[in-house]
Design a protein around this ligand. Structure first.
Ligand SMILES: NC(=O)c1ccc[n+]([C@@H]2O[C@H](COP(=O)([O-])OP(=O)(O)OC[C@H]3O[C@@H](n4cnc5c(N)ncnc54)[C@H](O)[C@@H]3O)[C@@H](O)[C@H]2O)c1
Length: 261
Protein backbone atom coordinates (compact mmCIF):
# COMPACT_ATOMS: atom_id res chain seq x y z
CA UNK A 1 0.00 0.00 0.00
CA UNK A 2 1.73 3.20 -1.14
CA UNK A 3 1.46 6.42 0.78
CA UNK A 4 -0.81 9.06 -0.71
CA UNK A 5 0.93 11.19 -3.27
CA UNK A 6 1.75 11.76 -6.88
CA UNK A 7 5.44 12.33 -6.09
CA UNK A 8 6.96 8.98 -5.21
CA UNK A 9 10.22 10.66 -4.21
CA UNK A 10 8.57 12.66 -1.43
CA UNK A 11 9.02 12.02 2.26
CA UNK A 12 6.86 11.16 5.26
CA UNK A 13 7.67 12.68 8.67
CA UNK A 14 6.99 10.57 11.77
CA UNK A 15 7.32 12.00 15.29
CA UNK A 16 7.86 9.75 18.29
CA UNK A 17 9.76 7.44 15.94
CA UNK A 18 12.22 6.11 18.52
CA UNK A 19 9.82 3.67 20.13
CA UNK A 20 6.39 2.06 20.22
CA UNK A 21 3.86 2.86 17.50
CA UNK A 22 6.07 5.50 15.81
CA UNK A 23 8.97 3.07 15.55
CA UNK A 24 6.84 0.22 14.20
CA UNK A 25 5.27 2.59 11.66
CA UNK A 26 8.63 3.95 10.50
CA UNK A 27 10.01 0.43 10.04
CA UNK A 28 6.92 -0.71 8.17
CA UNK A 29 6.94 2.33 5.85
CA UNK A 30 10.64 1.81 5.11
CA UNK A 31 10.00 -1.88 4.38
CA UNK A 32 7.41 -0.79 1.81
CA UNK A 33 9.94 1.45 0.06
CA UNK A 34 8.79 4.77 1.51
CA UNK A 35 11.20 7.57 2.43
CA UNK A 36 10.89 8.54 6.07
CA UNK A 37 12.19 11.31 8.31
CA UNK A 38 12.17 9.79 11.80
CA UNK A 39 11.86 12.43 14.53
CA UNK A 40 12.19 12.10 18.29
CA UNK A 41 13.74 13.89 21.27
CA UNK A 42 15.39 10.63 22.38
CA UNK A 43 18.25 10.96 19.91
CA UNK A 44 20.27 8.09 21.35
CA UNK A 45 17.43 5.61 21.01
CA UNK A 46 16.53 6.97 17.58
CA UNK A 47 19.97 6.28 16.14
CA UNK A 48 20.12 2.83 17.78
CA UNK A 49 16.83 1.41 16.48
CA UNK A 50 17.39 1.97 12.75
CA UNK A 51 20.40 0.39 11.09
CA UNK A 52 19.48 -0.99 7.64
CA UNK A 53 17.80 1.83 5.75
CA UNK A 54 20.58 4.23 4.88
CA UNK A 55 19.23 6.06 1.80
CA UNK A 56 15.50 6.15 2.51
CA UNK A 57 15.78 7.22 6.15
CA UNK A 58 16.77 10.46 7.83
CA UNK A 59 16.85 10.52 11.66
CA UNK A 60 16.66 13.90 13.35
CA UNK A 61 16.36 15.21 16.90
CA UNK A 62 13.09 17.05 17.42
CA UNK A 63 11.41 18.09 20.66
CA UNK A 64 7.78 18.76 19.78
CA UNK A 65 7.52 21.09 22.81
CA UNK A 66 10.16 23.41 21.35
CA UNK A 67 8.21 25.79 19.10
CA UNK A 68 11.28 27.59 17.68
CA UNK A 69 13.09 24.27 17.31
CA UNK A 70 10.23 22.91 15.19
CA UNK A 71 10.42 25.88 12.81
CA UNK A 72 14.20 25.48 12.47
CA UNK A 73 14.00 21.70 12.03
CA UNK A 74 11.31 21.81 9.38
CA UNK A 75 13.29 24.37 7.38
CA UNK A 76 16.43 22.23 7.63
CA UNK A 77 14.58 19.00 6.77
CA UNK A 78 12.96 20.67 3.80
CA UNK A 79 16.38 21.80 2.54
CA UNK A 80 17.78 18.34 3.08
CA UNK A 81 15.10 16.03 1.68
CA UNK A 82 12.86 18.19 -0.52
CA UNK A 83 9.13 17.53 -0.82
CA UNK A 84 7.14 16.35 2.19
CA UNK A 85 3.96 14.39 1.43
CA UNK A 86 3.00 13.06 4.84
CA UNK A 87 3.16 13.73 8.57
CA UNK A 88 2.27 11.43 11.44
CA UNK A 89 2.00 13.11 14.85
CA UNK A 90 2.76 10.13 17.06
CA UNK A 91 4.99 11.65 19.80
CA UNK A 92 3.12 11.57 23.06
CA UNK A 93 3.40 11.11 26.80
CA UNK A 94 0.87 9.55 29.11
CA UNK A 95 1.68 9.98 32.81
CA UNK A 96 -0.98 8.68 35.19
CA UNK A 97 -1.73 11.12 38.03
CA UNK A 98 -4.87 11.60 40.11
CA UNK A 99 -6.76 14.77 39.15
CA UNK A 100 -6.26 16.20 42.65
CA UNK A 101 -2.48 15.85 42.31
CA UNK A 102 -1.80 17.08 38.77
CA UNK A 103 0.50 20.10 38.91
CA UNK A 104 0.28 22.94 36.41
CA UNK A 105 3.77 21.95 35.22
CA UNK A 106 2.65 18.38 34.48
CA UNK A 107 -0.54 19.66 32.81
CA UNK A 108 1.50 21.97 30.56
CA UNK A 109 3.99 19.22 29.70
CA UNK A 110 1.23 16.85 28.60
CA UNK A 111 -0.73 19.48 26.67
CA UNK A 112 2.40 20.93 25.04
CA UNK A 113 3.61 17.51 23.91
CA UNK A 114 0.37 15.89 22.82
CA UNK A 115 -1.57 18.88 21.50
CA UNK A 116 0.46 22.04 20.97
CA UNK A 117 3.34 20.07 19.40
CA UNK A 118 0.99 18.50 16.86
CA UNK A 119 -0.52 21.91 16.07
CA UNK A 120 2.82 23.68 15.53
CA UNK A 121 4.30 20.87 13.47
CA UNK A 122 1.16 20.28 11.39
CA UNK A 123 0.89 23.99 10.61
CA UNK A 124 4.54 24.18 9.50
CA UNK A 125 4.22 21.05 7.32
CA UNK A 126 0.83 22.06 5.89
CA UNK A 127 2.25 25.46 4.90
CA UNK A 128 4.96 23.66 2.92
CA UNK A 129 2.43 21.29 1.32
CA UNK A 130 0.31 24.27 0.25
CA UNK A 131 3.35 26.14 -1.12
CA UNK A 132 4.52 23.01 -2.98
CA UNK A 133 0.97 22.15 -4.17
CA UNK A 134 1.33 18.73 -2.56
CA UNK A 135 -1.88 16.82 -1.89
CA UNK A 136 -0.49 15.41 1.32
CA UNK A 137 -1.84 13.44 4.24
CA UNK A 138 -1.56 14.16 7.97
CA UNK A 139 -2.41 11.54 10.59
CA UNK A 140 -2.70 12.29 14.30
CA UNK A 141 -2.48 9.59 16.96
CA UNK A 142 -5.15 10.40 19.48
CA UNK A 143 -6.69 7.96 22.01
CA UNK A 144 -9.89 6.51 23.40
CA UNK A 145 -9.10 8.78 26.38
CA UNK A 146 -10.30 11.68 24.24
CA UNK A 147 -13.87 10.61 25.00
CA UNK A 148 -13.67 7.73 27.49
CA UNK A 149 -12.90 8.58 31.13
CA UNK A 150 -10.71 6.65 33.53
CA UNK A 151 -8.95 7.88 36.67
CA UNK A 152 -5.53 9.50 36.39
CA UNK A 153 -5.63 10.86 32.87
CA UNK A 154 -7.51 14.17 33.06
CA UNK A 155 -4.59 15.99 31.40
CA UNK A 156 -3.95 13.23 28.87
CA UNK A 157 -7.64 12.90 27.99
CA UNK A 158 -7.93 16.66 27.57
CA UNK A 159 -4.91 16.73 25.28
CA UNK A 160 -6.30 13.92 23.11
CA UNK A 161 -9.79 15.48 23.04
CA UNK A 162 -8.11 18.67 21.79
CA UNK A 163 -6.13 16.71 19.22
CA UNK A 164 -9.31 15.03 18.00
CA UNK A 165 -11.02 18.37 17.41
CA UNK A 166 -7.84 19.83 15.89
CA UNK A 167 -7.87 16.91 13.43
CA UNK A 168 -11.40 17.79 12.34
CA UNK A 169 -10.72 21.55 12.10
CA UNK A 170 -7.54 20.98 10.10
CA UNK A 171 -9.41 18.56 7.82
CA UNK A 172 -12.01 21.22 7.09
CA UNK A 173 -9.57 24.04 6.41
CA UNK A 174 -7.02 22.03 4.45
CA UNK A 175 -9.50 20.13 2.25
CA UNK A 176 -9.53 22.90 -0.42
CA UNK A 177 -5.78 22.31 -0.85
CA UNK A 178 -6.24 18.56 -1.28
CA UNK A 179 -4.60 17.84 2.07
CA UNK A 180 -6.34 15.11 4.08
CA UNK A 181 -6.19 15.05 7.89
CA UNK A 182 -7.32 12.03 9.90
CA UNK A 183 -6.63 10.36 13.23
CA UNK A 184 -6.41 6.93 14.78
CA UNK A 185 -7.75 6.47 18.30
CA UNK A 186 -6.11 3.41 19.88
CA UNK A 187 -7.32 1.75 23.05
CA UNK A 188 -4.74 -0.15 25.09
CA UNK A 189 -1.82 -1.19 22.86
CA UNK A 190 1.08 -3.36 24.02
CA UNK A 191 3.97 -0.97 23.45
CA UNK A 192 6.98 -1.19 25.76
CA UNK A 193 5.83 1.89 27.69
CA UNK A 194 2.37 0.40 28.30
CA UNK A 195 3.79 -3.01 29.25
CA UNK A 196 6.17 -1.34 31.75
CA UNK A 197 3.28 0.58 33.32
CA UNK A 198 1.30 -2.70 33.55
CA UNK A 199 4.25 -4.33 35.33
CA UNK A 200 4.36 -1.47 37.83
CA UNK A 201 0.62 -1.73 38.41
CA UNK A 202 0.80 -5.46 39.17
CA UNK A 203 -1.12 -8.46 37.90
CA UNK A 204 -4.44 -7.64 39.57
CA UNK A 205 -4.77 -4.27 37.89
CA UNK A 206 -3.60 -5.75 34.60
CA UNK A 207 -6.24 -8.49 34.85
CA UNK A 208 -8.88 -5.83 35.55
CA UNK A 209 -7.72 -3.92 32.47
CA UNK A 210 -8.07 -7.02 30.29
CA UNK A 211 -11.51 -7.72 31.75
CA UNK A 212 -12.62 -4.27 30.64
CA UNK A 213 -11.82 -5.03 26.98
CA UNK A 214 -14.59 -7.02 25.25
CA UNK A 215 -12.11 -8.80 22.95
CA UNK A 216 -10.18 -9.88 26.07
CA UNK A 217 -6.77 -8.69 24.95
CA UNK A 218 -4.74 -5.57 24.52
CA UNK A 219 -3.98 -4.50 20.94
CA UNK A 220 -0.77 -5.20 19.07
CA UNK A 221 1.32 -2.35 17.71
CA UNK A 222 1.00 -3.49 14.09
CA UNK A 223 -2.80 -3.24 14.42
CA UNK A 224 -2.41 0.54 14.82
CA UNK A 225 0.41 0.90 12.29
CA UNK A 226 -1.79 -0.70 9.60
CA UNK A 227 -4.51 1.90 10.17
CA UNK A 228 -2.08 4.82 10.03
CA UNK A 229 -0.67 3.45 6.77
CA UNK A 230 -4.19 3.12 5.39
CA UNK A 231 -4.98 6.75 6.27
CA UNK A 232 -1.70 7.91 4.69
CA UNK A 233 -2.43 5.95 1.52
CA UNK A 234 -4.54 6.64 -1.55
CA UNK A 235 -6.89 3.88 -0.42
CA UNK A 236 -8.20 6.46 2.05
CA UNK A 237 -8.52 9.14 -0.65
CA UNK A 238 -12.09 10.06 0.38
CA UNK A 239 -11.35 10.06 4.14
CA UNK A 240 -10.71 13.35 5.82
CA UNK A 241 -11.67 14.32 9.36
CA UNK A 242 -12.08 10.62 10.23
CA UNK A 243 -11.21 9.35 13.68
CA UNK A 244 -10.51 5.65 13.27
CA UNK A 245 -11.18 3.82 16.53
CA UNK A 246 -9.15 0.67 17.31
CA UNK A 247 -9.83 -0.39 20.87
CA UNK A 248 -11.02 -4.01 20.91
CA UNK A 249 -14.46 -2.73 21.89
CA UNK A 250 -13.20 -0.98 25.05
CA UNK A 251 -15.50 2.01 24.65
CA UNK A 252 -18.65 0.03 23.71
CA UNK A 253 -19.96 -0.41 27.24
CA UNK A 254 -19.77 -2.78 30.19
CA UNK A 255 -18.26 -6.04 28.83
CA UNK A 256 -19.10 -8.53 31.60
CA UNK A 257 -22.58 -7.33 32.54
CA UNK A 258 -24.78 -10.29 33.54
CA UNK A 259 -28.17 -10.33 31.86
CA UNK A 260 -30.93 -10.17 34.48
CA UNK A 261 -28.79 -8.46 37.14
N1 LIG B 1 0.25 2.52 23.60
C1 LIG B 1 -1.03 2.77 23.84
O1 LIG B 1 -1.76 2.00 24.50
C2 LIG B 1 -1.65 4.02 23.28
C3 LIG B 1 -3.04 4.15 23.34
C4 LIG B 1 -3.63 5.30 22.83
C5 LIG B 1 -2.85 6.29 22.27
N2 LIG B 1 -1.49 6.13 22.23
C6 LIG B 1 -0.72 7.23 21.66
O2 LIG B 1 0.18 6.71 20.69
C7 LIG B 1 1.36 7.51 20.66
C8 LIG B 1 2.56 6.60 20.81
O3 LIG B 1 2.42 5.86 22.01
P1 LIG B 1 3.43 4.69 22.36
O4 LIG B 1 2.72 3.77 23.29
O5 LIG B 1 4.03 4.16 21.13
O6 LIG B 1 4.49 5.50 23.22
P2 LIG B 1 6.05 5.35 23.40
O7 LIG B 1 6.35 5.89 24.75
O8 LIG B 1 6.50 3.96 23.07
O9 LIG B 1 6.63 6.31 22.27
C9 LIG B 1 6.44 7.69 22.32
C10 LIG B 1 7.64 8.35 21.65
O10 LIG B 1 7.42 9.75 21.69
C11 LIG B 1 8.64 10.37 22.02
N3 LIG B 1 8.39 11.68 22.61
C12 LIG B 1 7.78 11.98 23.77
N4 LIG B 1 7.79 13.28 24.00
C13 LIG B 1 8.41 13.86 22.93
C14 LIG B 1 8.74 15.19 22.57
N5 LIG B 1 8.48 16.23 23.39
N6 LIG B 1 9.35 15.41 21.39
C15 LIG B 1 9.66 14.37 20.58
N7 LIG B 1 9.41 13.09 20.87
C16 LIG B 1 8.79 12.84 22.04
C17 LIG B 1 9.33 9.41 22.99
O11 LIG B 1 10.72 9.62 23.08
C18 LIG B 1 8.96 8.08 22.40
O12 LIG B 1 9.94 7.63 21.48
C19 LIG B 1 1.20 8.55 21.78
O13 LIG B 1 0.75 9.75 21.23
C20 LIG B 1 0.15 7.94 22.68
O14 LIG B 1 -0.57 8.90 23.39
C21 LIG B 1 -0.88 5.04 22.73
Amino acid sequence: MGVNHSDSGAWVLVTGAASGIGCDLTTSLLDKGERVVALDYDEEKLTKVYTNHKTSLVCRYLDVCDVDGIARSIEMIRGEVGTIKGLVNCAGIYPVTAFLDITVEEWDQVLNTNLRGAFVLSQAVAQLMVADKVKGSIVNVTSTSATFCRPGVAHYGSSKAGLTQLTRDMALELAPYGIRVNAVAPGVIGTETVVNVAKLQGTEEHAAKLASIPTGRIGEVHEITALIEFLLSNQASYCTGSILLADGGLTLGIPRYQLGN
